[in-house]
Ligand binder design. Structure first.
Ligand SMILES: [Zn+2]
Length: 70
């Protein structure tokens, strides 16, 4: 699965004090893809509005509202 944090680039860009800096993506360790056998911290919003936290194999983001990687 493509890393949702860097969108498969392996790095993320952010602006720091008016300078653009390129950061290696720590979520996928700059691979651009996530290893389905590895465990990741994830969170999403449940139907009752509560925030759910989970650490384990990747879930299918389609099945979870507001799914994000931590
Ligand atoms: Zn990434």
């Amino acid at each position: 699965m493509i890393c949702p944090k860097c969108k498969g680039n392996g790095f993320t860009k952010s602006t720091f004090e008016a300078e653009e800096v390129i950061l290696q993506c720590s979520t996928c360790e700059s691979q651009g893809e996530l290893d389905p056998n590895k465990h990741y911290g994830q969170s999403w919003t449940e139907d009752n509005g509560n925030k759910a936290l989970y650490f384990g194999p990747l879930l299918d983001p389609k099945n979870f509202k507001d799914w994000t990687l931590d």
